[in-house]
Write a protein that binds this ligand. Structure first.
Ligand SMILES: Cc1cc2nc3c(=O)[nH]c(=O)nc-3n(C[C@H](O)[C@H](O)[C@H](O)COP(=O)(O)O)c2cc1C
Length: 346
């Protein structure tokens, strides 16, 4: 699905590649593109392709973000493409969502492009190879890593919502010492009941359990790996207030706002409105900005990462204007390729 062309300057080649890729089913295009890119970036060619924007790094929470732009979760769910994504100019990268055990995710087809709005609907459902696989990849990559890598954690589909914290704790324990930060993902619309974790009572119990384990991991490893919470754009005023107060209560270090939206009103062409899943890209921009703004008002000092609909330097700047310290992208890459990274960071 993703359109990355190795020569970032080459518009013509990129457009040819995009035509070919857009004729393939989105998931197939994504996998092929990343496999090819990874082989190229693993080879000696990486020396010539490596993109290093000339920008002052940003130090926050003891993490040295190379620049403000990060890769959002879901692009490399298993850490299989680290040679590639470490070298294309991102200031930080987030891998996952990973769950304790491998799972296939929802039935295919489950990713759809809405090209006229530079958007995607996905109903993947945390398809991934499990935390042990991701951990091996991360350990093997440690000596080549030049960009901070966060790990986004979720729960297996078969784990009940009441026991969800056990899956997150299991993953945290496995990956704590290797990750630069950990993201607790409660906002995918494609795992049954997951978003119920935004409600105050559940969130309090859930985060309480997670925080307890996080504190003992901090002691054990003598290292603080910051904890971020990734939230939904579809929450109402009450949930915004309770999520904010729980973040304060449990001293969560950062917020990622937001995941995809299930509000199909943002889609212009009605034929796509029946597709199951979350909408990302351009139609999500305004909605996710509104969440950022409200969360920022409630949490003036938190590390805020804005995600949703960024597809240009201007839209990235708008996230910063709304109160974001850092910005992440995913769908913009599908439509603009890696030249979008250069555009935003230069
Ligand atoms: C195909 C696809 C898969 C995704 N998978 C994940 C995921 O596994 N975990 C997650 O937290 N977010 C996932 N996301 C959401 C993105 O990380 C991001 O929050 C959302 O797409 C909004 O950003 P964008 O408009 O720049 O794409 C996925 C998005 C897409 C399009």
């Amino acid at each position: 699905m993703i359109l990355i062309f190795i020569n970032q300057e080459s518009k013509i080649l990129f457009n040819i590649y995009k035509k070919i890729a857009f004729n393939l089913p989105p998931e197939v295009a994504h996998d092929y593109t990343l496999k090819i890119a990874e082989v190229i970036y693993k080879s000696f060619l990486v020396k010539f392709l490596k993109s290093t924007p000339n920008i002052e790094p940003i130090n926050k929470l003891n993490i040295r973000f190379q620049n403000k732009l990060g890769l959002a979760a879901g692009f490399d769910k298993n850490g299989d493409y680290l040679n590639f994504i470490n070298n294309i100019g991102f200031g930080f990268i987030e891998i996952g969502t990973v769950t304790p055990y491998p799972q296939l995710g929802n039935k295919k087809p489950r990713v759809f492009r809405i090209a006229e709005q530079d958007a995607v609907i996905n109903h993947l459902g945390f398809n991934n190879k499990g935390i042990i696989h991701l951990k091996k990849n991360l350990i093997n990559f440690m000596d080549k890593k030049t960009t901070p890598i966060g790990v986004n954690i979720g729960k297996n589909a078969t784990t009940s919502i009441e026991n969800a914290h056990e899956d997150y704790i299991y993953c945290m324990e496995k990956i704590y010492e290797y990750a630069d930060y950990l993201t607790i993902n409660i906002s995918s619309p494609n795992t049954k009941e997951l978003r119920k974790l935004h409600h105050e009572d559940r969130l309090s119990t859930f985060l309480g359990n997670i925080k307890k384990s996080h504190e003992s991991l901090e002691k054990k490893h003598k290292k603080l790996t910051p904890l971020f919470l990734k939230i939904s754009p579809d929450i109402d005023q009450d949930d915004i207030a309770s999520v904010s107060s729980m973040i304060k209560k449990f001293d969560i270090h950062g917020v990622i706002a937001t995941n995809t939206t299930i509000d199909k009103e943002v889609i212009q062409n009605e034929i796509y409105r029946d597709y199951e899943g979350g909408v990302s890209g351009k139609p999500l921009f305004v909605k996710s900005n509104s969440i950022v703004k409200q969360m920022r008002e409630n949490l003036p000092d938190i590390l805020m990462i804005g995600c949703g609909g960024v597809n240009s330097k201007k839209t990235a700047q708008e996230k910063v204007n709304q109160g974001c310290d850092l910005v992440q992208i995913y769908t913009g890459l599908i439509y603009k390729g890696t030249k979008l990274i250069n555009e935003i960071t230069s």
